[in-house]
Design a protein around this ligand. Sequence first.
Ligand code: 4HQ
Length: 224
Amino acid sequence: MRFDVITLFPEMFSSIKDEGVIARGIKKCLLSINTWQLRDFSNNKHRNIDDASYGGGAGMVMQVQPIRDCINKIKQTSPNTKVIYLSPQGEKLTHKLAKELSTLDSITLLCGRYEGVDERVIAHDVDMEVSIGDYVISGGELAAMVLIDAISRQIPKVLGNQDSLNDSFANGQLDYPHYTRPEIIDGQQVPEVLLSGHQAKIDAWRQNQAINNTQKKRKDLVKK
Ligand code: 4HQ
């Protein structure tokens, strides 16, 4: 998967590029993340990419020209890239959506700041809007990183020996509880069955816990 990210803050992406699952995916050549500084596509000496909002009001709007030029530049080397704008107006990110997007070869993520982008970008240049949830954050960068992470862990071989098949939501339910050494701490015992060595019993217990967890914590996930 190739990710291209259009942003005013490319340095923010070093956090996911340099450490963890995504860094390993990059090292294994399963992923690449190219960041594009939108100011490099400004057509004025001040490197401005925004202007006041038609109709008035506080807050600036990101202009069409730099964004369009940047997308066209990316399409020179990735003509079929899917252009996604991160926005509260988008389709809500779920496990299902992340999995669908993980089958693509190339995704371009447009990160908005201020009041967002000129609507004509959304109409003409963007293929899809995605939201990471019903709340407002200060820029699209954190949302883009959430999306990159959720997609990347669904790409075969990005996760090493651990896999994403048992992740919460992968089976439409929450995860089961996890325990590690010591067996007892401050009087709190690890459930007996996990020490039994009886794998079929352990699997059944975990499956049961996952169902109960989902019923108790996320009734909305339980199918009627
Ligand atoms: N924003 N899911 C406004 C979000 C957001 C979200 C990103 C705030 C874009 C301009 N993005 N900017 N929620 O709140 O993706």
